[in-house]
Design a protein around this ligand. Structure first.
Ligand code: GRF
Length: 197
């Protein structure tokens, strides 16, 4: 069974959904490690509760991204990680990890990329006035939400929707869509640029 590392910086609702999917065998993979760059993130408590090993670090204690990514890489190798799944990891991935895991790092982003990359994607979509937004799962490259798209799902923004209404719809979709697509990728041996929808 493939071994996944989830990278997260905050709440960890997607982490929790992935752990649930792994437990019910929907994921056909094991969540073997949580990597977290925020020592105060709520996701840390969630990992503790379900017994997933954690590598948490403070980036400010390292001189550079390359340095903390070398530490991450040591952990990934120690835990025999096959695939890296970003779930709210608020940081660009650097060359150390990209070169060590080519086409084996994916991300979920709360918009229909290439629209609304970067931070506050849901707020950006609402302010722009679009009536349809959604969720994108994509391979990670050196850019900000620019890697090849694997799968997307659309969500309607209704006239009276607030930011939290749209956030709730997006999260609900993410929590089943990410496990579903990861399950398909794992079965296809995670070949590069394979669109699965
Ligand atoms: C998700 O909306 C994901 O699309 C984005 O960050 C958010 C993380 O939420 N990249 P959570 O920490 O999984 O609750």
């Amino acid at each position: 069974m493939k071994r996944l590392a989830v990278f997260a910086s905050g709440t960890g609702s997607n982490f929790q959904a992935l752990v649930g999917a792994a437990a019910s065998n929907d994921l056909q993979a094991e969540i073997a490690l949580l990597v977290c760059d925020n020592l105060n993130a709520p996701v840390l408590e969630k990992a503790k509760q379900v017994g997933v090993p954690v590598f948490a670090f403070n980036p400010k204690e390292f001189d550079s991204k390359a340095e903390f990514e070398v530490s991450i890489l040591e952990q990934l190798q120690f835990y025999n990680i096959d695939l890296i799944v970003l779930a709210g990891y608020m940081r660009l991935v650097g060359t150390t990890l990209l070169e060590a895991y080519p086409n084996k790092i994916i991300n979920i982003h709360p918009s229909l990329l290439p629209s609304f990359p970067g931070k506050d994607a849901i707020g950006q979509a609402i302010r722009s006035g679009v009536k349809i937004t959604g969720v994108t799962i994509h391979y990670v490259d050196q850019g900000m939400d620019t890697g090849p798209i694997i799968a997307q799902k659309a969500i309607a923004i209704e006239k009276d929707d607030t930011l939290s209404d749209v956030e709730a719809k997006i999260h609900q979709v993410e929590h089943s869509f990410y496990p579903e697509i990861i399950g398909k990728l794992v079965n296809r041996r995670f070949e590069s640029e394979t669109s699965v929808n």
